[in-house]
Design a protein around this ligand. Structure first.
Ligand code: NAD
Length: 498
């Protein structure tokens, strides 16, 4: 990475490629361009894939203990450099440092999970399935696999993918978001320091051109994607039509259901933390509070009190609780939902435009609460992906469940209640992939798998955990007979046990 210019990482070193096009990277807190990132052409992507393909046979045959040794070393290096990684994330994404450090920590969990790869890849063995015949299963890597990731978690989301893909013996090409590309390059440097052979982990930067090249490339065996729903659907349809295995995680509209018996202080704390953390730019952010009456007025009052105290400022300041949005264009789009919501009949309970905000050209918008929102409104239907919390008021648990069921997304949801029976019924009935019970952001630990339902995921497997191991491997079953001297005889019958 040279000053002000961010290049690809291929074959264990920075690589400029053809560098025909570049994109601006901003510091969202100042609104200034901080660097330029190279955009890969189709030929650049082909070179990266060829490098990964060349590295595959040796990496696939590297022993499990050597592979896990490299993962342990990588884990130590990421831990050692977590503050530096957090600073890089904060500088390009805008999120506050503690939040950026949190994403590095959650990414590290997946590395730690992948350190146990010898155990995770163990197959089954059955002795004497037929006389003197044994049978066993093995799982093998796919080859070159690609990851395409969004701006909102520039370290954690790639780390949902590549530790597991690499541990299972694949080689990897990452196409990170062009909005905050530096963390992925720093992670590549740490892989090299950890002893990962050149070409096993590669990074190509860019936009649709790079993505499309990966989706169609005959040597890319599988694609993991995380981003918005329209692009997730496109990636799924395009890459599967080219014969690839695909997991494509999309957008979200996460509902937090508050029942009348809930602890409303706890619920208000949770709604504000999960609604405005990372300026609402989280796929697991709570964007809709569904208040079962009569709690609406009291809950909104408690949320308002807390929102008024939030400190919005640059991610570099330890005082800041919420940073800017990622780009000016995104800030303007998010802000358009404020007047738009009011025009459709919502009430602006808190107007983020009048919140105390830093001076200057940063991409600022304060926390906003839209009350009396209904499911027909655009501000309810769209994934706003910013610091705008909507409140939908309903008369009953059943009415709340209808709202959630009718929503096209199914990433995360939470229920706040002191009634164990209601919580149990909720987790049984709701059509959503990740459920919180009095926990607003129920992101699964690395040894479980992360993924939503409905328009929040295209494909069959969620990421990391055992589903991640399965996604990046193919199964084989071997049936073996070691012959004894008295064997023999032709038999045209179908093999049966005997
Ligand atoms: P995005 O869909 O715009 O971009 C994601 C990736 O796709 C980027 O690498 C981008 O370069 C690429 N891309 C963008 N447009 C493309 C196109 N037309 N053709 C091919 N590739 C294209 O998403 P984003 O704005 O970076 O991230 C925010 C979105 O990601 C939100 O919708 C959020 O909910 C979602 N997200 C989902 C999860 C999840 O786990 N489900 C996690 C994080 C983020």
């Amino acid at each position: 990475m040279s000053e002000g210019r961010i290049t690809h990482w291929v074959g264990g070193k920075p690589w400029s490629g053809t560098a025909e096009r570049r994109g601006d990277v901003y510091d969202p807190a100042t609104g200034q361009v901080s660097a330029q990132v190279d955009f890969a052409t189709a030929d650049d992507v082909s070179s990266a894939v060829a490098t990964a393909r060349e590295a595959f046979p040796a990496w696939r045959d590297t022993s499990l203990s050597k592979r896990s040794g490299i993962l342990f070393a990588f884990r130590e290096l990421v831990r050692e450099h977590r503050d530096e990684l957090a600073a890089l994330i904060s500088a390009e994404h805008g999120k506050v440092r503690s939040d950026a450090a949190g994403e590095v920590a959650r990414g590290l969990e997946v590395v730690e999970f992948a350190c146990g790869i010898p155990h995770l890849l163990k197959g089954g063995f059955s002795e004497n399935v037929s006389t003197r015949v044994d049978s066993y299963s093995i799982r093998q890597p796919l080859g070159v696999v690609a990851g395409i990731t969004p701006f909102n978690f520039p370290a954690m989301v790639p780390m949902w993918m590549f530790p597991v893909a690499i541990a299972t013996g694949n080689t990897f090409v990452l196409k990170p978001s062009e909005k905050d590309p530096s963390a992925s390059v720093r992670l590549a440097e740490l892989w090299r320091e950890a002893g990962l052979p050149d070409g096993v982990f590669n990074v190509v930067h860019g936009d649709k051109v790079a993505v499309d090249s990966l989706l169609a490339h005959p040597d890319v065996r599988a694609v993991s994607f995380v981003g918005s729903t329209p692009i997730a659907r496109y990636v799924y349809e395009t890459a599967t039509s080219h014969g690839k295995r695909v997991q494509a995680l999309g957008g979200a509209k996460n509902h937090m259901l508050v029942l009348p018996d809930a602890d409303l202080d706890l619920a208000a704390d949770a709604a504000v933390s999960a609604g405005f953390g990372s300026a609402g730019e989280r796929c697991m952010a709570i964007s809709v509070v569904v208040a079962v009456e009569p709690v609406g007025d009291e809950l909104v009052a408690k949320i308002k009190e807390r929102v008024a105290r939030l400190r919005v400022g640059p991610g570099t300041s330890p005082e800041s609780e919420m940073g800017p949005l990622v780009t000016r264009q995104h800030r303007d789009k998010v802000a358009s939902y404020l007047d738009g919501g009011v025009a459709e009949g919502a009430t602006l309970a808190v107007d983020g435009r009048s919140h105390p905000l830093p001076e200057g050209d940063g991409f600022w918008l304060g926390p906003t609460v839209l009350d009396q929102v209904t499911p027909e409104m655009t501000c309810y239907r769209d994934e706003i992906f910013g610091p705008v919390l909507s409140v939908v008021r309903v008369p009953s648990y059943d009415a709340a469940m209808e709202v959630i069921a009718d929503n096209p997304y199914g990433n995360g949801t939470a229920i706040f209640t002191n009634d164990g029976g209601a919580a149990r019924r909720f987790q049984n009935e709701v059509e959503v992939g990740m459920i919180g019970v009095n926990v607003p952001i129920p992101v699964p630990m690395a040894y479980y798998s992360f993924g939503g339902w409905k328009a929040s995921l295209f494909g069959d497997t969620h990421v990391h955990g055992t589903e991640g191991v399965h996604f990046y491997t193919r199964g084989k079953v071997v049936t073996a007979r070691w012959l004894e001297p008295e064997h023999g005889g032709v038999n045209l019958g179908f093999p049966t046990n005997g």
